[in-house]
Design a protein around this ligand. Structure first.
Ligand SMILES: [Zn+2]
Length: 264
């Protein structure tokens, strides 16, 4: 794919408690690169598996990285009650975030019960206003998991709400978002078409070492071969992009518009 220039302008993003800030994360504020990436996942692990290579690579490029987990995904372990697994997932999410150089925010919602309502939209909007991202990465619209599809809807609307002066939250409006990108996820595959490819060559080992800190990635809780799948996917997308490794994202159809002053 040739170089893309996306003509995407969004306004943006606010109430949250930072659950933790990793040891090597930068203090909130303007990063050296001028970019802040906010990755929003339905369950702890979603964002790091699908977008973690991007986050690791962009952290190496000087970006500020923030991960918002809308739920801990505490219902996914058949051998543990949600309370116990939730505590484990919280520890794992903080460790993975630290390994990626990310700030981590954990929302107060429950696995399987992410509410598709105005209050949740305002919550996400206030996170956006507080974090002030230049890029937002989240789930594609179609998914076999209702929390994933709900996360997509919440984020899409929250980006707009965060930009509107008439929407009052704890933080002022944010309009600095250059792109909202949807991650490639085996659970969100229906209708997904890769559009933006990002070279992530050089980040594979850092990403693999980070996400292995989730027990479910290792195969003892889920039989899905997460590491194999997302490593192979990075190779496939890398081949298509003429890079060693790449990750691909979809965008809204109205954002697939190239405007040129004359023929290149
Ligand atoms: Zn999930």
């Amino acid at each position: 794919m040739s170089r893309l220039r996306l003509i995407v302008t969004f306004g943006l993003v606010a109430s949250v408690a930072f659950a933790a800030r990793s040891a090597d994360a930068q203090a909130p504020g303007q990063p050296a690169s001028g970019r802040t990436i906010l990755a929003i996942g339905a369950h702890a692990g979603d964002a790091e598996l699908t977008s973690g290579l991007l986050l690791a690579r962009q952290r190496m490029r000087g970006d500020r990285i923030v991960i918002l987990h809308l739920t801990l995904g505490e219902g996914g372990n058949p051998r543990l009650l949600p309370e116990a697994y939730g505590a484990q997932k919280r520890r794992e999410a903080l460790a993975v975030g630290a390994a990626l150089g990310a700030e981590v925010i954990i929302a107060p919602y429950r696995d399987g019960e992410l509410p598709n309502d105005d209050a949740a939209r305002r919550y996400v909007a206030d996170v956006i206003r507080r974090v002030k991202p230049t890029y937002v990465v989240t789930h594609w619209r179609e998914s076999l998991h209702k929390d994933h599809a709900t996360a997509h809807a919440l984020v899409r609307d929250a980006v707009l709400l965060a930009s509107l002066p008439g929407i009052v939250t704890e933080n002022p409006p944010h309009r600095g978002i250059r792109g909202v990108w949807y991650a490639e996820n085996w659970e969100d595959a229906d209708g997904f078409r890769p559009f933006v490819y990002v070279d992530v060559t050089g980040a594979l080992e850092r990403w693999r070492d980070a996400v292995r800190q989730y027990e479910f990635v290792g195969g003892s809780i889920s039989s899905f071969r997460y590491l194999d799948y997302y490593t192979a996917l990075a190779t496939v997308r890398g081949a298509e992009a003429r890079k060693t490794h790449a990750v691909a994202f979809d965008v809204e159809s109205y954002a697939k518009r190239r405007i040129v002053d004359s023929l290149p």
